[in-house]
Design a protein around this ligand. Structure first.
Ligand code: 13P
Ligand code: SF4
Length: 320
């Protein structure tokens, strides 16, 4: 057996990595202060990235923070549409996305020409776009919504016919809660679409006492057996307020980290086939440090698109 094969060697290696993370995190905090920056981090991000956050949250919470921050620089640790939304709300700030390749395949399933065509086919419909869309799609939409407020937005808008995009699963979840006609777009999140009821049932066999908390991007068959259906930050509240001790989490497995912090006395299980969003995992501490040092890569939106997209986002935020 070589030195590298021994448990001791591996432990030393892990120690070095941990020290590295700590050293990078200290640098990040130092440069962040010099830049007057704020670090906004989505709940699915790597634990070490969540640990340097000024604010961790779901899409709605992060958008609200981006709108109210007095920092000069926003470092967005999430995916591209989230950083775009921050820029739409705060165009005079520098908005950094440490990893430009961090996109959202579901957001890419709708484009502005396609939405304009659908509007022609449904001239009476009010267009409600999930925040998981490009700025160009938000610009041709009437309202924006997130997983935390989708049914509330659809219920509140004028009109009884809603073109809902791009997530067909969230559309079906909303349709079941409102007395309006909801026309779904045919998009989906690959990470959540992959989760089946059978995966959840197998997890329940292993943990029969557990309650299931699912994200509304999951298929209907999964939502039908969930005890709670919530946005990522809503999951934290559900876990804290439930009398259950054990939970199965039907969403991206990064969620287990903030859940463990919010309810340290409770137990959280991911599914047997661990759901992962590769895009959410692209952001690392080193990339955050590099972004703060260079003030690159920046996310911007052309002003004519931003102004129109802002209307749909502001209409959502005004609903409270
Ligand atoms: P939340 O707004 O619930 O955090 O969801 C964002 C997302 O991309 C889920 O896949
Ligand atoms: Fe997009 Fe799905 Fe990843 Fe969320 S989990 S960012 S919806 S691909």
């Amino acid at each position: 057996m070589t030195h590298h094969d021994t448990g001791v060697g591996n432990l030393q290696h892990i120690d070095e990595l941990l020290l590295d993370d700590q050293a990078i995190a200290e640098q990040v905090l130092k440069v962040k202060r010099e830049r007057n920056a704020v670090i906004l981090v989505h709940n699915y991000q790597r634990p070490e990235v969540q640990d340097i956050a000024d604010f961790t949250g779901d899409s709605l919470g992060l958008a609200r923070e981006a709108a109210r921050t007095e920092a000069d620089v926003i470092v967005f640790c999430g995916v591209h549409f989230m950083a775009e939304t921050a820029y739409i709300l705060s165009p005079h700030k520098v908005v950094l996305l440490p990893e430009m390749r961090a996109g959202c395949p579901m957001a890419d399933m709708a484009d502005a020409p396609g939405v304009l065509q659908a509007k022609e086919e449904h001239p009476r419909a009010v267009v409600v776009s999930y925040v998981n869309t490009s700025a160009a799609v938000k610009a041709v939409s009437d309202y924006c919504c997130t997983s935390a407020n989708a049914a509330q937005v659809v219920q509140a808008v004028e009109g009884d016919e809603i073109l809902f995009l791009p997530d067909r699963n969230l559309a079906a979840f909303v349709a079941a809660q409102v007395d309006k006609k909801v026309i779904p777009w045919n998009g989906f999140c690959p990470t959540h679409e992959y989760i089946t009821a059978e995966h959840v049932m197998r997890a329940l066999e292993m943990h029969p006492e557990a309650e299931v908390i699912a994200h509304p991007e999951c298929r209907q068959e999964v939502l039908a057996i969930a005890h709670h259906v919530r946005s990522t930050s809503g999951m934290l509240n559900a876990a804290v307020s439930s009398s259950a001790h054990e939970f199965i989490i039907a969403t991206e497995s990064g969620m287990l980290y903030p859940l463990g912090k919010a309810a340290p006395d409770k137990v959280f299980h991911t599914l047997p086939e661990e759901p992962l969003c590769p895009n959410m995992k692209l952001t690392t501490l080193s990339k955050v440090l590099w972004a703060l040092q260079t003030l690159e890569p920046r996310v911007t939106v052309p002003e004519d698109i931003r102004v129109r997209a802002l209307k749909s986002v502001e209409r959502m935020l005004a609903l409270g």
